[in-house]
Design a protein around this ligand. Structure first.
Ligand SMILES: [Zn+2]
Length: 501
């Protein structure tokens, strides 16, 4: 699949350089001129203002984008027959996902991200085959190296609340015996001790572009003891933690019922709320909780398209930013047009959060700061990246600004505004990650994406699982009934954690 054309350029010229897209006000815009950026050994060596070479005149240069939450599906959920639905009803449909080579799946996912201007992704791993998790992680690690994007891999710790939040026997009771047997044995659960041991094995696949994180899937999907052990291990090792948090209304209701002193307070007593933690969604966080997250340095990934497609709601991105929370934007593999277009995702996040006042609740500069700097920090911690300055990692996006502004006349608008208002992945002229150019003219250079996609689709077609659609439908109906009756708020939650190995 390797196209092998990726190379390490010595420099790049641009007609406009947004060295710090989040810098406030007109000062940043006034300081935006053209020039040349030089690279050496994967870092930015110099930023030289001046007249760009003719080839660079139409380019806008800025730090490359961060995808703060994703799963690296490769094959879209729509492609394998899972229609968008409320999260809890959507999940049973994920059993339709064909098992294919994890390397190929991740290769396609990461190459698409690269074509969208993304240099770094938080990869929340969905296990296809619990017995092959180590091999899956190895495939993802190889794919990150081959495409050339930075990937933080969240190793899934899932040991609580299979199928529904709360007492699943109450769900099983409503099913026919044959259906009951089908959902009785949760396949992907593993005991905590085994997950820690797997972490140690997977750590062997780390390389400069691939790092490993603890991935408690979510508070409702990880035992309290597991969350506590991860908080402790993270403090000890410095490894980051990534988990879903309060994505849906049902999750909030479950959390309020099961943690009367507050779920966030509970996580805080464990020491889990720290600058090493990033959470995805946070749609149902409450205003007072933003302050606590900000105080503890926790990052939140806002996934607007996913929240719309799975009817989760809208995360209050502007309120989070105003409270000082470190925010990122994530595609979650569920972009609005199912096209993995990060610039369109940023536009959606911006428009959904600008509010209805005379002054916008969030500015284009603030959204680009999230896209480039704080989103990156949510995945990697502070690695000196997210801006174009000497010494920073050479992660740079060149946008075809001439194409984006082909019809503009008279006094030009702030380029950050135009980029957010119009930008799309077709405008990605060049993407440089760690000094290596991996995208040119909106096409991935490091791997042959069309060939990889064709191979993935062919592999998936011959691996379509033998699922009973009628049974999935009956399960979804039972799940809807379960939540509809408020059973997730009842406190009898049996221990369904997997036994020790
Ligand atoms: Zn997710």
């Amino acid at each position: 699949m390797s196209a092998g054309a990726a190379a390490a350029p010595e420099s790049i010229d641009g007609g406009l350089i947004l060295a710090e897209p989040g810098a406030a006000g007109a000062a940043a815009f006034a300081g935006t001129g053209g020039g040349r950026i030089r690279f050496a050994e994967g870092r930015i060596a110099a930023v030289e203002p001046g007249r760009p070479s003719p080839g660079g005149e139409g380019l806008l240069l800025l730090p490359a984008l961060a995808n703060a939450h994703d799963h690296g599906w490769g094959l879209s959920t729509l492609a394998f027959g899972a229609a968008d639905d409320a999260l809890e009803l959507w999940m049973p449909d994920l059993s339709r996902n064909p098992r294919v080579d994890p390397y190929l799946r991740a290769l396609v996912a990461f190459a698409r991200m690269a074509e969208s201007g993304i240099c770094v992704a938080n990869h929340c791993h969905n296990t296809q085959n619990s017995d092959a998790l180590v091999a899956e992680a190895q495939g993802v690690s190889r794919a990150a190296a081959d495409v050339g994007v930075r990937v933080a891999f969240a190793m899934p710790f899932f040991d609580r609340n299979a199928t529904v939040y709360g007492d699943r026997t109450k769900l099983l009771d409503t099913l026919e015996p044959a259906d009951r047997a089908y959902v009785a044995a949760p396949a992907m659960m593993r005991p905590m001790a085994l997950n820690f041991a797997l972490m140690d094995e997977i750590a062997a696949f780390e390389h400069p572009l691939f790092s490993l994180q603890y991935g408690p899937v979510a508070p409702q999907w990880a035992e309290n003891a597991t969350l506590a052990a991860i908080a402790e291990a993270s403090a000890l090792t410095g490894r980051r933690v990534h988990m879903h948090l309060l994505e849906t209304k049902r999750q909030r209701e479950w959390a309020d019922a099961h943690y009367p002193d507050g779920l966030l307070n509970f996580l805080d007593t464990l020491g889990l709320l720290s600058p090493r933690l990033s959470v995805a969604h946070g749609v149902w966080l409450r205003p007072g909780e933003y302050e606590l997250m900000a105080e503890r340095g926790v990052s939140v990934s806002v996934n607007s398209s996913s929240n719309l497609r799975l009817r989760s709601g809208r995360a209050a991105m502007a309120d989070m930013v105003a409270a000082g929370v470190n925010v990122g934007v994530g595609l979650d593999g569920l972009s609005l047009d199912d096209d993995n277009d990060m610039l369109r995702e940023l536009r959606l996040a911006w428009r959904l959060n600008a509010g209805d006042g005379l002054a916008p609740a969030i500015t284009p500069a603030a959204v680009l700061d999230v896209a480039c700097r704080t989103g990156r920090r949510s995945i990697l911690g502070d690695d000196g990246g997210g801006g174009l300055a000497p010494g920073a990692p050479a992660d740079l996006l060149a946008v075809d600004f001439a194409a984006l502004t082909y019809d503009c006349v008279g006094e030009r608008l702030d380029p950050r505004y135009l980029l957010l208002a119009r930008g799309a992945k077709r405008h990605v002229a060049r993407l440089i990650v760690a000094g290596r150019e991996i995208v040119r003219d909106a096409r991935c250079l490091s791997v042959d994406l069309p060939a990889a996609e064709a191979a993935l689709i062919e592999a998936a077609r011959s691996a379509v699982p033998d699922v009973d659609g009628g049974r999935i439908g009956r399960l979804q109906q039972a799940v809807a009934g379960y939540y509809g009756c408020g059973l997730h708020c009842e406190l009898s939650e049996p221990d369904d954690s997997p036994s020790s190995p």
